[in-house]
Design a protein around this ligand. Structure first.
Ligand code: FE
Length: 288
């Protein structure tokens, strides 16, 4: 991030809105909670989607996500627990497991499958969709598997900070992306601890609490709730307080401020580009 990281946030952001996710079925029958979708595209630009999944019932996840396309954005999958096998149209294959992240640029087009490689136990994780700017929507696709032990981490005042993307307190994350400059932190807070993060005022950001609860100013965000961070030109960051132990994703990025047109797994700038994406997919030209 092109910003000075300060240790002290003087004017913290408040929570503007609390979102409770909607249960949906995706892929071949995987039960997930959708927290961010089309109604929040403008407000949370450059983020397009956040899904959470967490189950110890194999019937909720075994069907997986067989071959499906993407074009025009990046997907970031963070696997807290479980094992998921990725295969794609470019011949790449990887195993995403326990604390690892897969960062994929779908760019001009990827067809891939994401299938569980376990028959029991807990599967828990998140998938975030990060938009690409118009100039990058047809870029060459790529992906990176980032093992848990290679994600930079540090501790501060009872908080363990896993820096998946961007930078926090001077620690560079596993991934740095231009243009949208995403910050993606996984925070593990002990009871009674607090955490400060500097954020540029123009960036859109949110927290998702996946264990416990945290307070931001006078609002409490409970387990399985997403809190949208208010944008205010005078604010310089966010301050979280955990009265009980909590685990929280803190995600922020620079908005693209471009038109957004989504049709399922295709996210472009115009209807014409969507029609072309659908046509390219039908004619086997999406991923070449
Ligand atoms: Fe996918």
């Amino acid at each position: 991030m092109n910003t000075t990281i300060t240790k002290t946030v003087q004017h913290p952001r408040n929570i503007e809105q609390i979102i409770t996710g909607q249960p949906v079925t995706e892929g071949a029958g995987v039960k997930i909670i959708r927290l961010v979708s089309q109604p929040l595209h403008r407000r949370l630009d450059p983020f397009l989607m956040l899904d959470a999944f967490r189950s110890d019932d194999p019937n909720d996840y075994l069907a997986g996500f067989p071959d499906h396309p993407h074009r025009g954005f990046e997907t970031v999958t963070f696997m807290i627990a479980g094992r998921m096998r990725h295969r794609d149209s470019a011949g790449h294959e990887g195993l995403l497991q326990n604390g690892g992240v897969q960062w994929m640029n779908a760019g001009a087009g990827v067809i891939h499958s994401e299938m569980p490689e376990q028959e029991g136990g807990v599967m828990e994780g998140f998938q975030l969709w990060l938009n690409l700017s118009a100039k990058d929507k047809l870029s060459a696709p790529w992906y990176r598997d980032i093992a848990a032990e290679t994600i930079p981490t540090f501790e501060t005042g009872g908080v363990t900070v896993n820096v998946i993307a961007g930078a926090s307190h001077g620690i560079e994350g596993a991934v740095t992306r231009p243009v949208t400059e995403p910050l993606y932190l996984d925070l593990h807070l002990e009871a009674g601890s607090g955490f400060e993060q500097a954020l540029p005022d123009g960036y859109n950001g949110f927290i998702y609490v996946y264990r416990g609860a945290v307070s931001v100013g006078d609002k409490t965000v409970a387990e399985r709730q997403l809190g949208i961070l208010a944008n205010n030109a005078a604010s310089d960051g966010v301050v979280l307080q955990a009265e009980q132990a909590a685990r929280v994703l803190l995600i922020a990025g620079r908005p693209l401020k471009e038109p957004i047109v989504q049709h399922g797994p295709f996210v472009m700038n115009t209807e014409e580009e969507i029609i072309k994406a659908v046509s390219d997919f039908r004619h086997g030209r999406l991923a070449v």
